[in-house]
Design a protein around this ligand. Structure first.
Ligand code: EPZ
Length: 421
């Protein structure tokens, strides 16, 4: 298993290019299942989760090509196995995104339940509820969802869907399923994360009729068929946010190419209050920091609020910033796995249920630590970049799921970091 070796204490300077968003690429790869035409996706990030999704889609009988410069073509004309098997789904929950498109185009799907993951139980009951509202019959047995249409139906039916809570991939499943349904579908409490409008724009390019994407109410009027398209994946706001926190914590001056300030308002507010300077330039986001910041309390919530995917990274910054702060995680029930590892580096953090109290001004010293989940890994990298001495991070396959060559990008802006086999 690969490890990362970091020698901390260096400020970061230069330019780094932000890749396409993992959480847009994954649903958009599944959107290609909705048509028999060829779909071309550009700016697809080189991530383990994308490789897993590629395996899943090839396994269905979809033709799939990928070039070195992130261009992927898919053609689902010959798809003959509308299934997502356990051995692939267990490693990536986002596989559930195949359910809506397969049901919409083929009228049947057999998709493994994702099972839990490090940050929580991650149920899919809302996905099932919404698709049932559109007429799907979904039996859950032996760890699989077996979905099909009622007798005599050739398509799903448009419906009004209100989920018990805002769900990002739930919204994406309904959005894709509704494009080919008979009639109008209204999503009442839709997720507003920027990856949703990006997916909607791709579906519209394929001939879908969608309005309201990016707001909490999305209306989709079903069409008979969708055609192919070429779509470029939106930049990854969480990768950008991760680099912003890293530079803010270590000090320095870095330009994040392709990053968009308008996708990061809540985080930028906190970083500016902490004392970092963040400005949108024509090339992307420029962040300048003395490395001496004031800790900021924050509370994760659905977009446009502070993203749960940035909680661990902001906490790493608060650990070394001046003053105390509280991080409150309202989305997932177990997303403080990075805390114990940060404490090994010298952080001072007390967990009390959904809140973590951080005493700042920690003098971090390098240590052996272990990644436990994707964003926890990013938090340990940030702490290692600041810690005095050498930090070794084990199990960085977690990091590789969601970051495209992170150590190369960090080395490119002056970090002393290397991957050891
Ligand atoms: C998406 O996960 C992201 N993944 C997650 O990013 C992100 O943390 C999350 O949204 C929240 O923003 C992808 O987009 C591939 P949810 P998702 O459904 O869709 C509960 C990362 O680090 N819920 O919005 O699975 C759920 O347990 C990953 O890139 C149900 O109870 O999250 C959670 O408490 C991690 N039943 C809350 O809703 C359901 O059927 C929000 O979950 C669905 C969700």
């Amino acid at each position: 298993m690969d490890k990362l070796l970091i020698r901390g204490g260096r400020a970061l300077h230069g330019t780094v290019s932000i890749s396409g968003a993992k959480n847009a690429a994954l649903p958009e790869l599944c959107a290609a299942l909705l048509t028999a035409d060829t779909v071309t996706l550009k700016n697809v990030p080189r991530l383990q989760d994308v490789v897993t999704m590629e395996k899943l889609i090839r396994n269905m009988g979809v033709a799939f090509t990928r070039s070195d410069d992130g261009i992927v073509t898919l053609n689902a004309a010959a798809l003959d196995k509308p299934e997502a098997p356990y051995e692939l789904v267990k490693t990536m929950r986002a596989s559930v995104l195949a359910l809506g498109p397969l049901l919409a185009r083929f009228g049947k799907a057999t998709v493994s339940l994702p099972g839990g993951c490090a940050i929580g139980s991650r149920p899919v009951d809302q996905h099932i509820k919404g698709l049932q509202a559109m007429g799907a019959i979904i039996d859950v047995a032996h760890g699989y969802m077996n979905a099909h249409l009622p007798k005599g139906w050739t398509r799903l039916k448009g419906a009004r869907i209100t989920t018990d809570m805002v769900t990002v991939t739930g919204t994406e499943n309904f959005l894709m399923a509704a494009c080919l349904a008979d009639g109008v579908t209204i999503l009442e409490n839709a997720a507003q994360e920027p990856e949703i409008p990006d997916l909607a724009e791709m579906l519209i390019a394929m001939g879908a009729k969608i309005s309201g994407h990016g707001t909490s109410r999305i209306t989709i009027t079903g069409v008979e068929k969708l055609h192919g398209c070429t779509h470029s994946v939106v930049a990854d706001r969480i990768e950008a946010g991760t680099f912003l926190c890293a530079v803010a914590a270590t000090g320095g001056d870095v330009i994040l190419e392709n990053a968009r300030a308008d996708h990061l308002d809540a985080l930028l507010d906190k970083l500016r209050e902490a004392g970092a300077l963040v400005t949108q330039s024509p090339h992307g986001l420029q962040v300048t920091s003395s490395g001496k910041l004031k800790a900021q309390s924050f509370r994760t919530t659905e977009y446009p609020g502070f993203p749960t995917d940035m909680q661990a990274q902001m906490m790493a910054l608060n650990v070394v910033a001046a003053g105390s702060s509280i991080a409150t995680e309202t989305i997932f029930e177990n997303r403080f796995m990075h805390v114990n590892e940060l404490v090994r580096l010298g952080a001072n953090i007390q967990i009390d249920g959904r809140a973590a109290m951080v005493t700042g001004n920690a003098k971090l010293s390098g240590a052996h630590v272990m990644a436990t989940d994707l964003r926890a890994s990013a938090s340990l990298v940030i702490a290692g970049l600041v810690a005095e001495g050498e930090t070794t991070i084990e199990r960085i396959y977690h990091l590789d799921r969601g970051y495209d060559r992170m150590e190369e990008k960090l080395r490119g802006i002056g970090a002393d970091i290397e991957r050891v086999k």
